[in-house]
Design a protein around this ligand. Structure first.
Ligand code: GSH
Length: 363
């Protein structure tokens, strides 16, 4: 029996991130499909709410949340290359990409899935949930399960007004990544690291594997499609990360888009979180959303939910910035200035978050 079990599915964005990491790290794991029986017998009793991926550890404990999974396994396996770079500026950039991939590229990932692949994905959801049921029953089950996810699409800000912007921003991202990958096989140089696993979430399960989305990626950015496959396969890479804690210049357009588009949403969400936290006691469960806020993507304006989970990833970024010494701080400040992210050097959440029992809470 394998030491670790990944409960997940091929259709799941975050399972793809965890799987790519586990393969790259050479972790002794097996993947079990998150069927309805697995939700009932494992996920709900151990995690408390229906979510994947979940990793069962050798000691019987479970970890939910991909970045926690990566951090926990890294701590269990002290030998070998680190997923989270030891170079301090590379570490901050990795945390930024983790935030961007998980919580911003989820917008095109969900848009293309639900607006171009809807019927197909119902079948996939059904095959995951009830692998032994006949196709018509699977489709019906998939439709029912899929409603919860489809309902998240407008919350992410995808609407008639914003769809042209969502698509323009995604296509611009593909262009920037194509240019980057011509110079470097991975985001930070010659081998994968956290940012690559994070990008593999939206880019693999939704944007490459969903048929219509995959056709688009193959047509517009075959180099990105190849990269997504390499990272998903757990490829080791032939070289190390860039020397001297360097960050490739070709990554800067991606970081610029994050600063222009995602950071204003983070700042607005943080302000609402501050208001909420002012009236909530320590240890309170943080609501998943705090109302609707304006946002902009690809030059189009709309509204999206002020989702709180991204603040948890943002806190990891600012914690990494707080841990920098003088020289690294100067180097990061110069990079952030070039990408329009200088305010991040000073910006901090109005209250701290913790994650306990697989839930986000006020510290
Ligand atoms: N931050 C979590 C996100 C996990 C997540 O959103 N998983 C999706 C499937 S890819 C899910 O099960 N969502 C259910 C929900 O959020 O209610 C992680 O990194 O693991």
């Amino acid at each position: 029996m394998a030491a670790y079990v990944l409960y997940g599915s091929e259709v799941s964005l975050f399972s793809g991130k965890a799987r790519a990491y586990l393969r790259w790290r050479g972790v002794d794991f097996e993947e079990r499909l998150a069927t309805r029986d697995v939700y009932r017998d494992v996920i709900l009793p151990k995690v408390g709410w229906p979510v994947i991926p979940v990793v069962a550890m050798p000691d019987g404990g479970v970890v939910q949340d991909t970045t926690d999974i990566i951090e926990t396994i890294e701590a269990h396996m002290p030998e070998g290359p680190r997923a989270i770079p030891e170079g301090p500026v590379q570490g901050v950039v990795s945390r930024l990409l983790d935030l961007f991939a998980d919580e911003w590229l989820v917008i095109p990932a969900m848009h293309y899935r639900w607006n171009y692949n809807e019927d197909w994905i119902y079948g996939e959801f059904g095959r995951t949930s009830a692998p032994d049921a006949p196709p018509a029953e699977q489709y019906a089950i998939g439709r029912k399960n899929g409603e919860r996810f489809k309902g998240a699409v407008p919350m992410l800000g995808v609407s008639e007004e914003t769809i042209p912007g969502v698509e323009a921003a995604y296509e611009a991202f593909l262009k920037d990544m194509t240019a980057h990958l011509r110079q470097h096989p991975y985001v930070l140089g010659g081998r994968p690291s956290l940012g690559d696993f994070a990008l593999n979430g939206p880019l693999y399960a939704h944007l490459l594997r969903d048929p219509e989305s995959g056709r688009l990626m193959e047509r517009l950015a075959p180099g990105v499609a190849d990269y997504v496959r390499r990272v998903q396969a757990g490829e080791a890479g032939d070289d190390d990360l860039l020397a001297d804690d360097g960050v490739p210049h070709t990554l800067e357009p991606v970081l610029s888009r994050q600063m222009n588009e995602q950071m204003p949403v983070m700042v607005e969400t943080a302000a609402l979180f501050g208001e909420w936290a002012g009236a909530a006691g320590s240890g309170s469960d943080v609501p998943r959303g705090l109302g609707m806020i304006p946002f902009e993507t690809g030059g189009f304006e709309g509204e999206c939910a002020a989702r709180t989970f991204p603040l948890w990833r943002l806190q990891a970024v600012t914690d990494a910035i707080d841990a920098l010494d003088g020289d690294a701080k100067v180097r990061l400040a110069a990079l952030l200035e070039r990408v329009g992210g200088s305010p991040l050097m000073e910006f901090r959440l109005p209250a701290r978050l913790v994650r306990r029992d697989c839930r986000l809470k006020l510290a």
